[in-house]
Design a protein around this ligand. Structure first.
Ligand SMILES: NC(=O)c1ccc[n+]([C@@H]2O[C@H](COP(=O)([O-])OP(=O)(O)OC[C@H]3O[C@@H](n4cnc5c(N)ncnc54)[C@H](OP(=O)(O)O)[C@@H]3O)[C@@H](O)[C@H]2O)c1
Length: 288
């Protein structure tokens, strides 16, 4: 029976993997979070992985406080970089397969066409630099797949969708930036894509293709478009006013454009990715 270890399992993606795991019989899922497996401890990480001997590790653990990372870059690097090294140091010589999640923040955001995996990373923030460090550690193992994703949301945890729903329920108008363009990713879709890859490899449908892959939902929007759609979909009356990013004094620089080209993951793993509006509608239905 394949043993699949999921770290950072109390986060958005970890919770979505827990939900979808119920559809996969015959696999032994182990869900851990910082209380049971603190990945920043090399000793604990080594002991836990050696004891459970997983065939797969899916690392959903992360430090995601993008602005705070500017004032505590070492903490971001510890969770997003060193912790990944701790995993890889244990599995490097083994056949254990490793799926690590990264971010659109590794790109510089200055493109005006979608970023492919061959675009040169050039992170503009401490968070982005820590995520790029994590990728480099992950790729030191021959069986690692790094998935870069963007604008993640879910019915679990805190995220943009839930903040907009809360604020739109309390206020008449909201201001949301319209000069940052990207694509939302419903964590349930990403969890589905990951499990489709894992189960396909286990069933010998295809081999694991190591390396970097982009994944988000299909389509393109600004945060303003996204907020407007959230409010419409939820049937709320709040008005959204488009504003420029420069109106806010945020510590971390955001990518102005971080649309991801997903051709590689779709072709290699035969994936169909839903449009962001379709997936948003599903998530809002769950929340309502
Ligand atoms: N959220 C986004 O918009 C976004 C965008 C692009 C990429 N990503 C990436 O997508 C992945 C999944 O993100 P997510 O939104 O699901 O993250 P999340 O909700 O923030 O969950 C991350 C989990 O990791 C745990 N964690 C923190 N430090 C840990 C440690 N030392 N050892 C073990 N677990 C630890 C956290 O616990 P605590 O809560 O107790 O700290 C949390 O439960 C991450 O790699 C993230 O960087 C996210």
């Amino acid at each position: 029976m394949a043993v699949i270890l999921i770290t950072g399992a109390k986060g958005q993606l970890g919770n979505e993997l827990r939900v979808i795991s119920k559809n996969f019989y015959g696999y032994d899922f182990i869900f851990t979070d910082v209380e049971t497996l603190d990945l920043t401890s090399d000793i604990q990480t080594r002991e836990y992985i050696n004891e459970t001997n997983p065939d797969w590790i899916i690392n959903c653990a992360a430090y995601n406080l993008v602005d705070k990372a500017e004032s505590e870059p070492d903490k971001a690097m510890l969770v997003n970089g060193t912790a990944v090294k701790n995993i890889v140091d244990v599995v490097r010589e083994s056949e254990c397969k490793f799926i690590h999640i990264s971010s659109d923040y590794v790109y510089d955001g200055k493109n005006n066409v979608p970023y492919s995996e061959y675009s040169t990373p050039n992170p503009q923030s401490a968070y982005g630099r820590s995520k790029l460090a994590g990728e480099k550690y992950a790729l030191q193992h021959h069986g690692s797949m790094v998935i870069r994703t963007s604008w993640l949301y879910s019915s679990f945890g805190t995220n943009f969708v839930k903040s907009i729903l809360k604020n739109a329920g309390e206020k008449d108008t909201l201001k949301v930036v319209f000069d940052q363009t990207g694509t939302p990713t419903y964590a349930a879709d990403l969890a589905g894509a990951i499990m489709s890859i894992v189960s396909g490899v286990i069933r010998n449908q295809f081999a694991l293709s190591a390396g970097v892959f982009n994944y988000s939902n299909e389509g393109v929007c600004s945060w303003y478009d996204f907020a407007t759609e959230i409010i419409n979909e939820a049937g709320l009356q709040c008005k959204v006013n488009p504003v420029l990013t420069k109106e806010y004094r945020l510590a971390a620089q955001r990518p102005e454009y971080s649309v991801l080209d997903k051709s590689k993951i779709k072709e290699i793993y035969n994936l169909t990715i839903p449009h962001w509006r379709t997936s948003l509608s599903k998530c809002i239905n769950l929340l309502n």
